[in-house]
Design a protein around this ligand. Structure first.
Ligand code: ARG
Length: 466
């Protein structure tokens, strides 16, 4: 048991207590960030004359050595240490002796862990953003290819009006674009450096907090040391953004599952992204989409868990906060994994245009357009709605589509109908007449695609602010 704080104690810590309290099994995940923070701290201590240049050199060399050895696998992070901070400091002292004992001058593990977690979250926000960008690129490719691929649009999972695959995909494009904006917003709020907050009340050493903050790419230091060590809002915001990403992925997954079902057959998931059944030889299951949908609950759970953990904690640091890590790490890894897999599944998925068109053509998705035809010939919309409703009923009785009716049939319901009704209710007209911005009509869709392309051509939003 390698502890940093034995001086005041007369007894060894109980083994069970030690294990219960220790965090090294999971906080080793940010060993790189811990060392990065220590290096910035040491450089600042030396600039401020708090330690001398030689000592700083030795410490920096020692820290770099530890980093290299951990990365190469030569040095193992074991549970002999309480947490990652103790591991690094104890190893440093082992390597370089007395100078290593000066590393922790003017610092507490409270501001150290607050810094490490922020550095870690910051990297992960960028990685999540890059995965979202890649998914958006996949979606935009599908949109570009399918501006004329007709499919039914649904409300209540009942066929409603014809749309295109580009239009349907465009809805998800908007969702994931907003997810990126949420990451950007929270990045802007969280990118301040807590190092130098000390245990809670700052320190009496003349630390240059501006310097360390800038060294590590933060916008500046946090402005209250109590808040600096005990703020976990940014993690709650990150988890909330991830929960929203998962909610979007889960809705999308649900659609893929429905589209891939034997009844719909709108899509075929690539063999590489499907699984079989141990007993039923014919099966090809959409397990990836189902798992993404299932894992959404896990990420929601992390958000609620942290909100609950934080709600009763008085200022400043309390050990409860150690609970922020495992669930945040798990939620980040889960969401990132789901984004990558979903992207792979989507980019290899085949769309069965014929099945989509057939489904859109049957099911009266052009009924609104038939009513609009009457309106365009002077019939008030409410009356037109009634006429077409009766025609639909008539067609259902006879088991035919609107397009299958003869002109005489049409005229039985209203004298207004002429030969051009067939063109007015063709799938192509139904779609391409919808030209308001945001609608599926080809021209409107192409304008949107152009705009989205420009948006994606900008470099990653988050890295562009640095
Ligand atoms: N492992 C701790 C955590 O994750 C580090 C901070 C420890 N500070 C303390 N006063 N015990 O929160």
């Amino acid at each position: 048991m390698a502890q940093l704080w034995g001086g005041r104690f007369t007894k060894e810590t109980d083994r069970l207590v030690y294990n219960f309290n220790a965090s090294v099994s999971f906080d080793q995940k940010f060993y790189r960030q811990d060392i990065e923070g220590s290096k910035a701290h040491v450089a600042m201590l030396s600039r401020q004359g708090i330690i001398n240049g030689e000592e700083a050199e030795e410490i920096l060399k020692g820290l770099n050595g530890i980093l290299q050895d951990v990365q190469s696998g030569k040095l193992e992070i074991t549970d002999e240490y309480e947490d990652i901070h103790s591991f690094v400091e104890a190893n440093l002292i082992d390597r370089i002796g007395d100078a290593g004992k000066k590393l922790h001058t003017g610092r507490s593990r409270n501001d150290q862990v607050a810094l490490d977690m922020r550095l870690y979250a910051r990297d992960e926000i960028k990685e999540t953003d890059a995965l979202l960008k890649s998914l958006l690129t996949t979606i935009l490719n599908i949109m570009q290819e399918h501006t004329q691929t007709v499919m039914p649009g649904f409300t209540h999972l009942q066929k409603a009006q014809p749309i295109t695959l580009a239009h349907h995909m465009g809805a998800y494009f908007e969702m994931f674009k907003r997810d990126r904006m949420r990451l950007f917003d929270l990045y802007e709020r969280m990118n301040y450096c807590p190092l130098g907050s000390g245990a809670l009340a700052g320190t009496t050493y003349p630390l240059d907090r501006e310097y360390t903050a800038k060294q590590m790419g933060f916008y500046g230091p946090t402005l209250n040391s109590m808040d600096g060590v005990s703020d976990r809002d940014y993690l709650i915001e990150f988890l909330s953004a991830l929960a929203t990403v998962m909610m979007h992925l889960s809705r999308f997954s649900e659609e893929v599952i429905i589209w891939n079902s034997n009844e719909y057959q709108f899509v075929e998931i690539d063999d590489a992204y499907s699984t079989g059944s141990s007993i039923m030889p014919q099966k090809k299951n959409p397990d990836i989409a189902e798992l993404v949908r299932g894992k959404t609950g896990r990420v929601y759970g992390a958000l609620f868990s942290l909100l609950t953990t934080m709600k009763g904690i008085p200022l400043a640091y309390n050990k409860d906060m150690q609970e922020d890590k495992e669930l945040t790490f798990d939620a980040i890894d889960t969401a990132k994994g789901c984004l990558a897999l979903f992207d792979g599944m989507l980019s290899t998925m085949k769309f069965c245009k014929k099945a989509m068109l057939k489904s859109a053509s049957l099911g009266f998705t052009n009924a609104t357009d038939a009513a609009d035809y009457l309106v365009n010939h002077g019939v008030p919309f409410r009356d037109a709605h009634g006429v077409i409703g009766r025609i639909v009923l008539h067609c259902i009785d006879r088991g035919i589509a609107l397009d299958d009716m003869s002109l005489e049939d049409w005229k039985q319901f209203s004298e207004v109908f002429e030969e051009d009704i067939y063109d007015a209710i063709s799938m192509e007209t139904c779609i391409n007449k919808r030209l308001t911005i945001g609608a599926p009509g080809k021209a409107a869709m192409e304008r949107v695609i152009e705009e989205e392309k420009q948006y994606l051509d900008q470099s990653s939003i988050i890295s562009s602010v640095e």
